[in-house]
Design a protein around this ligand. Structure first.
Ligand code: G6P
Length: 622
């Protein structure tokens, strides 16, 4: 996830672009840059780190000019550095891009074979070279050069392109990444999201996938006119009326949601799509190896997979363990980062340690990674922040592409970790011969379907708010699950604790009788995660045991499961359902109602949802 802005006007573009980027910092902030038409040239200024560094660079090198593009980056391909910061330049062309070019490896090879020299490690630079090549080959306009280049590209993009050859034009296009156009009074602006536009105009047009827009300024007798022409990449004209946005700037920053956490819960389908993009070979029933950052030989040379993580990431790791055991048949274990640190753990060169971390900076997980490497183990990092400390300390890194997560309580990073871990387990199973291509195809197909199922589950937002209201007085809650339902129960309880400050415990359903059952009375809501899977019958019997002690049942089951519906109705419980899906992936979806329940409980209580008391997003201390 990155942010792009483009401006065509008569006032200085650079402050408008930087101001727009500031509003998009939630989309990325590891580097930023702008390119402006100035004095017949395209002038570029870029800086690593937060936007204040770009401000400082622009103070040293001010850019005059009234037409330009800008970018704030969240690295996905290529570490955060000035060379990898956008805009990327090729000949007369400068490009900014949000998204992931799936066929970047093949295109890069092709361009390099034709003598193109790359200045960065990014997938975006490919687009700059393609457009420059099309112009050099006689493309009649920047617009056509961009259109023909995009026909070669697969993946997700919102791009803005300028070229020295057309100083009054910006060409933008989008496919699967957001892009919104703002029609101002005597100026045009476009950006990844509305907040970047609001100080210029409230009249907007949302572009659809496969569409382009050409922003053009024309001078006649000293007066300027402005035109924004929509078309498809294929060349069909598009006509769409503007919409007036009446959100306040604060609302706009959160995409109209009340909190970042709620926005991020709703972003999960897109985050999963981005995490899977370019990594699944459905026809071959496999995971694209080069994306994993590990040599194939590692798969067959290990005797154990040892997961280390903290907090929510540890819950994802627990699910990873189930998948690795079931699909790849490798003995696996999960350890909390801090406990690895304070034991005297035994690692060997036949261990593969998987460090799971949203931030890639958590001190305890990093210490565990160092201990593992000291013991000769190989380490794979699963992280959301490119080139952060844990991936740097590891042998390989597999990134979740959730984009920055602002809410302290992790949501989209959790589910993208689950997706990454399932991909890893399939990769491992295929290489160890424990998973047939047919079964891998089935699992990967089910995973690819998860975003659609999540969208369906998210539609229940309003009924989960009602459910939260009904249980708002609870002082304690219990969450139960079996199999991967167990880490999901732990995660549901953690979400409630973190943001609504209600005491909540997650338990393996089978452990209920070994203690927590003593706590159950009529004041105790018990959330039971029991979708239709191999564990259903056993978990359903826990429901009856809860009810026998007068606990209030909240069952999370499968849509259309009549048996569960009548059981819950008989016991006066609440039923939350998720769409039916393959058992291998169902818990990427069962967690959604738990996140929403926790969110609404906290919001109804009026707590600081995005920054809960005493918690930090990244814990870099012991
Ligand atoms: C903090 C955050 C949690 C997170 C944990 C691990 O406690 O508040 O949301 O799960 O750290 O962080 P990591 O960045 O390693 O996933």
């Amino acid at each position: 996830m990155c942010g792009i802005v483009a401006f065509v006007g008569t006032r200085a573009a650079s402050p408008v672009l930087v101001e727009g980027l500031r509003k998009l910092e939630y989309r990325g902030y590891d580097s930023a840059g702008i390119a402006v038409h100035a004095g017949g040239e395209v002038a570029v200024v870029r800086a690593v780190g937060k936007l204040s560094n770009l401000d400082a660079a622009l103070a040293r090198t001010p850019l005059k000019g009234t037409v330009g593009i800008g970018h704030t980056r969240w690295a996905t391909h290529g570490r955060p550095s000035e060379a990898n910061a956008h805009p990327h330049v090729s000949g007369p062309v400068a490009v900014v891009h949000n998204g992931i070019i799936e066929n970047h490896v093949a295109l890069r090879h092709e361009l390099e074979a034709a003598g193109v020299r790359f200045a960065s490690d990014t997938d975006t630079e490919i687009v700059a070279h393609l457009v420059a090549r099309a112009l050099a080959a006689g493309s009649p306009s920047l617009e056509e050069a961009v259109a023909s280049s995009l026909r070669l590209v697969t993946g997700a993009y919102a791009i803005a392109v300028i070229s020295k050859t057309e100083p009054d034009v910006v060409v933008l296009a989008k496919d699967q990444s957001p892009l919104v156009l703002g029609i101002g009074d005597g100026e045009l602006i476009a950006a990844s999201d509305i907040p970047a536009i609001l100080s210029t105009t409230r009249d907007v047009i949302f572009l659809e996938d496969g569409e382009m827009v050409v922003l053009r300024r024309t001078e006649k007798d000293g007066a300027f006119t402005f035109d924004a022409r929509l078309r498809t990449v294929a060349g069909q004209p598009v006509v769409r009326p503007t919409k007036r946005i009446d959100w306040s700037p604060a609302q706009a920053e959160k995409g109209g949601f009340k909190h970042f956490m709620l926005k991020e819960i709703h972003e999960q389908p897109r985050a999963i799509e981005d995490t899977l993009r370019g990594r699944i070979d459905l026809a071959g029933g496999d995971v694209v190896s080069q994306e994993l950052g590990l040599d194939d030989s590692v798969a067959t040379s290990i005797d154990r997979v040892y997961f280390v993580a903290c907090g929510t990431s540890a819950h994802a790791a627990m699910a990873g363990r189930y998948w690795v055991e079931a699909l790849a048949r490798v003995p696996s274990t999960v350890e909390i980062g801090s406990e690895v640190r304070y034991r005297d753990p035994v690692f060997t060169p036949r261990d593969l340690v998987i460090a799971v971390s949203q931030s890639g900076e958590t001190s305890d997980t990093l210490a565990a990674v160092k201990a593992a490497r000291a013991g000769g183990a190989r380490v794979l990092a699963i992280a959301n922040v490119l080139d952060s400390a844990i991936p740097r300390a590891a042998d390989g890194a597999f990134y979740t592409h959730a984009g920055p997560e602002i809410g302290v309580a992790s949501t989209k990073c959790f589910t993208t970790q689950l997706a990454a871990l399932l991909l890893f387990a399939v990769w491992l199973g295929r290489r160890r011969g424990t998973l047939s291509p047919e079964r891998a195809k089935f699992v990967l197909g089910a995973l690819a379907h998860v975003p659609a199922l999540m969208r369906e589950a998210l539609e229940d937002d309003a009924s989960l708010r009602l459910l939260a209201k009904r249980h708002l007085k609870a002082r304690d809650m219990l969450f139960l699950g079996r199999g991967i339902g167990f880490p999901i129960a732990l995660e549901g309880a953690l979400k409630v604790k973190e943001i609504s400050y209600v005491h909540a415990e997650g338990y393996a359903a089978g452990e209920m009788k070994h203690g927590p059952i003593a706590l159950i009375d009529d004041a105790m809501p018990v959330v039971v995660v029991c979708p239709r899977d191999d564990h259903f019958e056993k978990t359903a019997s826990n429901l009856q045991e809860v009810r026998a002690r007068e606990g209030q049942i909240i069952a999370v089951g499968t849509k259309g499961d009549e048996e569960l519906a009548s059981l819950v109705a008989k016991h006066d419980g609440d039923l939350v359902t998720v769409p039916a899906c393959a058992p291998e992936v169902v818990h990427l979806v069962t967690v959604i109602p738990l996140q929403l329940l926790a969110y609404h409980m906290a919001d109804l209580k009026g707590t600081d949802v995005d920054q809960p008391r005493n918690l930090a997003k990244t814990v870099t201390v012991e």
